[in-house]
Structure formats: structure tokens, C-alpha cells
Design a protein around this ligand. Structure first.
Ligand code: FAD
Ligand code: DHB
Length: 393
């Protein structure tokens, strides 16, 4: 058994843990990042692709956005499709010039891992049996196994950035957390395809057969999703069926969806979840460890980075001055933005998906809502400011 010390022990090397490690390193604060999967696995996990302006600014301003600035695709609008028509929401015009950037989560993660390894600071992959202890004391502890050895890491604080299925949140004693959740009776089947995107901007499509989304990763890589069952068996979805469904749901007169070889595919269930507070003693939860949203609003990664920005600022204040105001306010401040994103993601999801238990009345309401957000400047502006990321929430 060997025992080491650090200021902040970070569990999880997803976007939240890696960004927190980076922000604290820049401020001269010592961290150790522990990840139970391999580097290859973490770098290959295809997930989010839409970065809010605030997320981009954070990465660029702290020196983690060099490739993002070069390769990220700035988008000034999105399209909503329903009843056989496409309508543009001009995001930038409606938000005083703000925009989104298309840049894969995989790329954000690769950039942050490279920076971390270059800094020489510890980032351990493939650790096993991670557990957190003594959370209500001044010296919380992380135990884990790495390269065949049992290790103990003594910390001033622990950041639980280990995602929805991690161990940090379940280590908080029963009765401390309030949990709020909603399951949806559908999921997304997502593909990455070697094909130039057929549309310049993202298309969110409402269709009687279910939702579909046309997105992209680069001028050569398309990212597309179709609504499916939450437990959909990929074996029932040969390539032809996926493309057929995409053609049907995204189809429009005078427009053709280009096909290409499918490089990656997966099914994601959809859930809304929040736990409160995002802190127990000296354990601070951030990102998916504390809250998840259905992907329709493109908010998960952005919320994770917002959490760790606040957490990093609070740690800097604490280590520099001993003041705990930032840490004490951390959970409440995060949760305001979290709940705004929860509402927006739930709202977008309800507006765009078809559920089996819904009837003709629900359909009429969806279509009316879609008509409203695509014709009323006030309603469109509300969607736009949420989509690009609200300031000061
Ligand atoms: P994670 O990315 O889950 O990282 C947690 C890390 O902790 C993982 O690396 C995991 O291996 C590790 N870990 C788990 N348990 C342990 C343990 N016991 N010990 C050590 N390490 C552990 N968000 C957006 O903002 N925009 C989008 O467009 C978008 N689209 C999405 C599309 C899909 C299909 C999916 C699935 C998600 C999407 N999201 C999107 C959500 C986004 O991907 C997540 O919100 C984001 O990954 C959260 O980051 P995180 O670091 O909090 O958690
Ligand atoms: C992507 C994912 C989303 O959840 C979304 O709302 C928009 C785009 C994507 O993976 O490109």
C-alpha cells in the first residue's frame, strides 16, 4: 500500500474531470485525476458535438482551445423541420451575435488529455476499485488499485466527476441527497458516417415516425440520430434500415440526404436527473455525476464545463485565502443553471419526439408549439438564448 497526497483528488477523466484538472493546474493547484477506463476508450467515446459560446470561451481563454479554434465549425443557426417544411432559427441574430461551435466531445477530451500529459501532472487510466472515504473530515481519502498496487490518496477535497454511473454520488450517505428524475419512453440511435453533411446547419426534425437529427463533426463526417426504443437492439438495424428511416424522417422535396459508410453506431437512453445538493462535506459533484439531461437540447457537456468552471474558481479562492464563500455557494449557483437546462432539454424533447402513449391532441400541441417558435420572434428568441447558453444564469 502506498500513500500520497494532493490538494484535489479528481475521480473521472471525462470532460468535467479533465477540464477541472486543467483549470486548477493553470492556477498552480495540485490535482490527481483517476479514470477507470483506458485512454483509448475515453478518447473514442462518441458523444456530444455542440459547444456553447461560453464553453468555447472557457477552453480558448485557458489555453485548451488551440485546435478547437482552428477546426471547430461556427454555426449561426439551426433548422427545425415539421409538417414537411424546414424553418431556420437564426441563433446569432436573436442573441446579439452569439453562436455555437461544432467540435466533437472526443476532440475536446483528446486535447485535454494531451495538455495534461504535457504538464507532467498525474492522470492515471485503468485504475480499479475506486472508493472515497472520510468525506465529512478535513482529510478525505480516495482508495484505488493501479498497476497491481493498492493506493491511498489523501486530499483536501475530492471532485466527483465520474459521470452518471460513477461511485462518488452513491458514496454519499442515504438521506442526504434529494433526487429528481424523469425517464422517457424512447432513445436515440446515433451514427457517425463518412459523408459530407447534406445540410450546412443542424436539422432537428419532427416526424410522425419519430424524431431525427442531422448533425456533423467536420466537412467530411456526418453525425445523425433517429428516435428509437430506449432498449433498441442494434442487431435489428442494418445500415439500410438506418438510412431508410433517416431518409423518411429528414426527407424534403428537392433535397436529398447523402449516404456514406457508417463508422460508429450506438443507442442512448434518455433521462432527466438532478441530485441536490451537489456537495457532501468535502466531496463536490460536477457534470453528469450530479445531473443528466436528454440530449435534445445539447446541454450535457456544456453544463459539465460550467460546473467545473465555478468549482475551480471556488477552489482557487479557498486555497489562496482560506475563504469558503465560493465552495459554500457552489451547489446553489450550479443548480440554477442546471434547472434551466433541465427545463429546456425536457421542453425540446417533448416538442420533437413522438411517444406511443400520446394521442392526436398531443400531436396538435407539438405542431402548434413548433409553428409558434418558428414564426414568433419572441418565441424563437427564447429557444435561441437557451440553445446558445444563457449568460448570468
Ligand atoms: P462523463 O463524460 O460520463 O465522464 C465521466 C468519466 O468518469 C468517464 O470517463 C468514466 O469512465 C469515469 N468513471 C466512471 N466511474 C469511475 C470510477 N469509479 N472511477 C474512475 N473513473 C470513473 N452534451 C452536450 O452538451 N451537447 C451535445 O450535443 C450532447 N450530445 C450527446 C449525445 C449523446 C449520444 C450522448 C450520450 C451524450 C450527449 N451529451 C451532449 C452529453 C455529454 O456527453 C455528457 O453530459 C458529458 O459527457 C458529461 O461529462 P462528464 O465529464 O460529467 O461525464
Ligand atoms: C449533437 C448531439 C445533440 O444532442 C444535439 O442536440 C445536437 C447535436 C451531435 O452529436 O452532433
Amino acid at each position: 500500500m502506498s500513500r500520497t497526497r494532493t490538494q484535489v483528488g479528481i475521480v473521472g477523466a471525462g470532460p468535467a474531470g479533465l477540464t477541472l484538472g486543467h483549470l486548477l493546474h493553470v492556477e498552480g493547484i495540485d490535482t490527481v485525476i483517476l479514470e477507470d477506463r483506458s485512454r483509448e476508450h475515453v478518447e473514442a467515446r462518441v458523444r456530444a458535438g455542440v459547444l456553447e459560446q461560453g464553453t468555447v470561451d472557457l477552453l480558448v481563454e485557458t489555453g485548451a482551445g488551440e485546435r478547437l479554434r482552428r477546426e471547430g465549425l461556427v454555426h449561426h443557426g439551426i433548422e427545425l423541420q415539421f409538417a414537411g417544411e424546414r424553418h431556420r432559427i437564426p441563433l446569432s441574430d436573436l442573441t446579439g451575435g452569439r453562436s455555437i461551435v461544432i467540435y466533437g466531445q472526443t476532440e475536446v477530451v483528446k486535447d485535454l488529455i494531451r495538455l495534461r500529459l504535457d504538464s507532467g501532472r498525474p492522470l492515471h487510466f485503468e485504475v480499479a476499485d475506486v472508493s472515497v472515504h472520510d468525506l465529512e473530515t478535513q482529510a478525505p481519502l480516495i482508495r484505488y488499485r493501479h498497476e497491481g498496487r493498492d493506493e491511498e490518496l489523501e486530499c483536501d477535497a475530492i471532485a466527483g466527476c465520474d459521470g452518471f454511473h460513477g461511485i462518488c454520488r452513491p458514496s454519499i450517505p442515504a438521506g442526504v441527497l434529494s433526487e429528481f428524475s424523469r425517464e422517457y419512453p424512447f432513445g436515440w440511435l446515433g451514427i457517425l458516417a463518412a459523408v459530407a453533411p447534406s445540410n450546412e446547419e443542424l436539422v432537428y426534425a419532427h416526424h410522425e415516425r419519430g424524431f431525427a437529427l442531422l448533425s456533423l463533426r467536420s466537412p467530411e463526417l456526418g453525425r445523425l440520430y433517429v428516435q428509437c426504443r430506449p432498449d433498441e437492439d442494434l442487431a435489428e438495424w442494418p445500415d439500410e434500415r438506418i438510412w431508410e428511416e433517416l431518409h423518411t424522417r429528414l426527407g424534403l422535396e428537392g433535397w436529398t440526404l447523402a449516404e456514406g459508410p457508417i463508422l460508429e453506431r450506438g443507442v442512448t437512453g434518455m433521462r432527466s436527473y438532478v441530485c441536490e445538493p451537489m456537495r457532501y462535506g468535502r466531496l463536490f459533484l460536477a457534470g453528469d455525476a450530479a445531473h443528466i439531461v436528454p440530449p435534445t437540447g445539447a446541454k450535457g457537456l456544456n453544463l459539465a464545463l460550467h460546473d467545473v468552471r465555478l468549482l475551480a474558481e471556488a477552489f482557487v479562492e479557498w486555497f489562496r485565502t482560506g475563504r469558503t464563500a465560493g465552495l459554500d455557494a457552489y451547489s446553489d449557483t450550479c443548480l440554477r443553471r442546471v434547472w434551466r437546462a433541465e427545463h429546456f432539454s425536457w421542453w425540446m424533447t417533448r416538442m420533437l419526439h413522438r411517444a406511443e402513449d400520446e394521442d392526436a391532441f398531443d400531436l396538435k400541441l407539438q405542431l402548434s408549439q413548433l409553428r409558434y417558435v418558428t414564426t414568433s420572434p419572441a418565441a424563437a428568441a427564447s429557444l435561441a438564448e437557451n440553445y446558445v447558453g444563457l449568460e448570468n444564469v
